[in-house]
Each structure stands twice: as structure tokens, then as C-alpha cells.
Design a protein around this ligand. Structure first.
Ligand SMILES: CC(C)(COP(=O)(O)OP(=O)(O)OC[C@H]1O[C@@H](n2cnc3c(N)ncnc32)[C@H](O)[C@@H]1O)[C@@H](O)C(=O)NCCC(=O)NCCS
Ligand SMILES: Nc1ncnc2c1ncn2[C@@H]1O[C@H](COP(=O)(O)OP(=O)(O)OP(=O)(O)O)[C@@H](O)[C@H]1O
Length: 199
């Protein structure tokens, strides 16, 4: 069974995927991690980003300045589209490769953690979907704290994604991560029992 784990920025996807990995030993394929790997120096996407955004987007060590690139693309949707067009195909290819590798090792359950699963119409890659949801106020607070952003910057990032309430409607299951980590873990345990996935 391939599970698609998604949710909006700072909703708690990594928190939930860590629980799935630690408590259920389920392998996780994380699109955010792959999106970092495919823009390392030497990769095709790296060259394309430098070509599109200029050398000003690089740090002294020649790696991509993610903070700067984030400020640019979350502020300007046409730049975001340009970056997406470079990075997303490479991420998709590598995710597919990792998925095949896990399947050929005989894994029965695999989680694909994909922030933009619904925005990019990728549900055909998975059998079931889980949306991690956090109440807007709480989400904003966690995002500002984690990324050291102002309220305006954090809201800009939240607005770059599909309405989370709409996402909940598209999901096979919703984990509400607005409360404590224990409450989230309990919901996950219930869902795993329902889906007959045991640790
Ligand atoms: C803009 C970048 C450099 C910012 O890097 P940074 O290290 O600060 O953030 P990180 O990559 O950890 O992403 C954090 C979250 O931002 C959100 N996000 C990232 N990119 C996008 C995007 N293009 N559109 C909407 N939301 C996005 C996701 O919820 C993601 O989980 C980076 O996010 C990036 O390269 N984005 C383009 C690739 C992409 O879409 N990645 C997301 C899934 S494949
Ligand atoms: N239930 C919780 N209670 C308190 N803090 C939490 C809870 N869940 C997550 N957090 C914190 O909120 C922040 C966002 O969580 P996390 O990184 O798991 O989200 P995410 O959806 O993976 O984010 P993104 O995809 O945007 O990188 C983190 O700093 C995390 O430690």
C-alpha cells in the first residue's frame, strides 16, 4: 500500500511521518528532502536555477541560498512557477525511483510525503491519502517560530498553497495536529488500526 501524506506548510507532515517511521517502521520518501538533493551543485536542476535566477542566488560556497530563493518565490508566483518547472520533474523522477527500490525490497507499506500532492495532481502515485491539518492560528504561529518569519512572510507562504479546508475534503483520512503530539499520535494509532497496519 502506498500512502500519500500531505498537508499545508508547517501543518506537521514531518512530525507525523517521523511517527510512522519510528512506531511502524514504514519507509518514508520525503519530497522536501529530494527537492534539496536535486538542487545540489552538479545536478541538472542546479544549473537551471543558476541560469534562471542568476549567480546572486548562490552562497559563497556555491550552494543555493534557500532563504533568498524562498523570499523570491513566495513573493512572486511567476518566479515560483519557474522554480517549480525546474525542480518538480526531477523530484518526481527520483521519488518514483525510490518507490520502485522499496517495492523491489519487498516493502508492503510505503509513505510518500508530498507537500503539493493535490496542487500538482499526484494522487495517481498513491493508493490512499492522509492530510495533516492544523488550525490556521496555530499553523501561523508554528511557521513563524520555526522559520523565523514575520506574520506577513508566513502568510505569504501559507497563501502559496491550496486552501487546507479543501485539502481535508479530498483526503481519505485527516489527522488534526492542532493539539498536543500525544493527541496526534493517538489519532494515527486509530487510523493504522482501521487500515490494518500494525507495528
Ligand atoms: C523555495 C525553497 C528553496 C525554500 O527552501 P526552504 O529550505 O526554506 O524550505 P523547504 O524546502 O524545507 O520547504 C518548506 C515547505 O514550503 C512549502 N513549499 C516549498 N516549495 C513550495 C512551492 N513551490 N509552492 C508551494 N509551497 C512550497 C512546502 O510546504 C514545504 O514543505 C524550497 O522550498 C524549494 O526549492 N521549493 C521548490 C520545490 C518544491 O516545490 N518543494 C516542495 C515539494 S516538492
Ligand atoms: N502537535 C504539535 N505541537 C507543538 N508543535 C508542533 C506540533 N506538531 C508540529 N509542531 C512543530 O511545528 C513545526 C512544523 O511541524 P513540521 O515540521 O512537522 O511540519 P511540516 O508540515 O513537515 O512542515 P513543512 O512541510 O512546511 O516543512 C515544527 O517546528 C514542529 O516542531
Amino acid at each position: 500500500m502506498i500512502i500519500g501524506l500531505t498537508g499545508n506548510i508547517a501543518s506537521g507532515k514531518s512530525t507525523v511521518s517521523n511517527m510512522l517511521k519510528e512506531s511502524y517502521q514504514i519507509p518514508i520518501i520525503d519530497a522536501d528532502i529530494i527537492a534539496r538533493q536535486v538542487v545540489e551543485p552538479g545536478e541538472t536542476s542546479y544549473d537551471q536555477i543558476v541560469e534562471t535566477f542568476g549567480r546572486d542566488i548562490l552562497l559563497d560556497d556555491q550552494t543555493i541560498n534557500r532563504k533568498k530563493l524562498g523570499q523570491l518565490i513566495f513573493h512572486d508566483s511567476s518566479l515560483r512557477e519557474k522554480l517549480n518547472n525546474i525542480v518538480h520533474p526531477a523530484v518526481r523522477r527520483r521519488m518514483e525511483e525510490e518507490k520502485q527500490a522499496h517495492l523491489s525490497r519487498g516493502e508492503k507499506v510505503i509513505v510518500l510525503d508530498i507537500p503539493l500532492l493535490f496542487e500538482n495532481n499526484l494522487t495517481h502515485l498513491v493508493d490512499r491519502t492522509i492530510v495533516v491539518f492544523t488550525e490556521e492560528k496555530q499553523q501561523l504561529k508554528r511557521l513563524m517560530n520555526r522559520n523565523h518569519l514575520t506574520e506577513a512572510e508566513a502568510k505569504e507562504r501559507m497563501n502559496a498553497q491550496m486552501d487546507p479546508v479543501k485539502k481535508k475534503r479530498l483526503a481519505d483520512a485527516v489527522i488534526d495536529n492542532s493539539g498536543s503530539l500525544e493527541q496526534t499520535e493517538q489519532q494515527l494509532e486509530k487510523l493504522m488500526q482501521k487500515w490494518r497496519i500494525f507495528n
